[in-house]
Design a protein around this ligand. Structure first.
Ligand code: HEM
Length: 297
């Protein structure tokens, strides 16, 4: 999985991503007003990863909703978690059927999973689980980063002007967006031994520990004035992609997509404004928007 998502493996797709972002930006600028979630943020994450996986053309539309249920499913026992269970069941059933019918385009990431399964390297549930990993991890995370970018720049026009006049700041702006709005707010681990954090705090062995990327990314001991959106800050050591062995495998792809969209917009748009009240997408794990009406000129 990591091989297929490495910067070298992704190099050939970068041009396609840039082209798609430019076409998207042309269409949106011509419209003037649009929803930054459904019309902008969802476009690249959904199309790019389903093309890379080699997903069958039919059934692509339902994937987004099924995948959103996945993150809710990791929450505490509450109505939102319960409501997500049918979506996760539908997603896993759908993936199992695609794998059983070998309904994937040869050469895509999905095909690599099938081949690993056929070669006896992974069991069938491994192939299904890894496919779910691609689909679930790539959607709402990148969609959230893109919609948060539009929200932040609409509220901080001076930062958008700065980006337009200095597009070399695009990678730094991306880091600042995911630091401030951490698309995945929390995950958890189970401790394998007692860990003494000092100051009288010991995490016992076997404890489930909730780690909050969102809180770490606004830790004022590390990021001065943490609530300020400043694209010159370039917080390269933010934790929005996690850390260590299980750090985000798809961060190279996410960067390509968000950089492409910001560059395409910076070349065409002088001003981004909120056209109506944004609506948050409430989720147990992710932070993002359901709807974000904007106007660009
Ligand atoms: C801005 C967008 C994204 C954000 C903020 C994000 C964030 C994260 C975070 C916080 C983790 C967990 C790290 C941990 O457990 O410590 C993770 C894992 C992962 N992400 Fe992403 N992600 C993004 C986009 C993507 C994309 C586009 C893919 C592509 C397929 C992807 C694939 C994965 C995979 C496979 C893992 C699991 C890695 C493992 O457990 O070894 N992510 N991501």
């Amino acid at each position: 999985m990591t091989d297929r998502l490495s910067p070298r493996a992704l190099r050939p797709v970068a041009e396609d991503i840039d082209r798609r972002a430019e076409q998207l930006a042309d269409g949106l600028v011509a419209r003037g007003s649009f929803d930054a979630v459904t019309d902008l943020a969802q476009d690249l994450p959904v199309h790019v990863i389903t093309d890379l996986i080699g997903w069958p053309a039919e059934g692509r539309d339902q994937l987004l909703d099924m995948a959103a249920g996945w993150f809710d499913c990791s929450g505490p026992a509450c109505p939102r978690t319960a409501a997500s269970v049918p979506k996760v069941e539908a997603l896993m059933g759908h993936l199992a059927q695609v794998v059983a019918e070998e309904n994937l385009v040869p050469g895509g990431f999905g095909w690599t999973m099938l081949e690993a399964h056929r070669a006896g390297q992974i069991p069938v549930e491994g192939a299904i689980g890894l496919l779910a990993g691609y689909v679930v991890a790539a959607f709402d995370t990148t969609i959230s980063a893109l919609s948060s970018a539009m929200w932040l720049f609409a509220r901080h026009p001076e930062q958008w002007e700065l980006l337009c006049s200095e597009t070399s700041l695009v990678p730094a702006a991306f880091n600042e967006i995911v630091r401030l709005e951490s698309p995945i707010q929390v995950f958890s681990r189970v401790s394998t031994r007692d860990v003494d954090l000092g100051e009288g705090v010991v995490i016992p062995s076997g404890a489930r520990v909730l780690h909050s990327y969102g809180a770490a990314n606004r830790d004022e001991r590390h990021f001065p004035a943490p609530d300020r959106f400043d694209i010159r800050r370039n917080p390269v050591d933010h934790l929005a992609f996690g850390y260590g062995n299980h750090a985000c495998a798809g961060q190279g792809l996410a960067r390509l997509e968000v950089h492409a969209v910001l560059n395409a917009l910076a070349a065409r748009v002088r001003r981004i404004e909120l056209a109506d009240e944004p609506v948050r997408a409430l989720n147990n794990i992710t932070r993002g928007f359901r709807s974000l009406p904007v106007r660009v000129s």
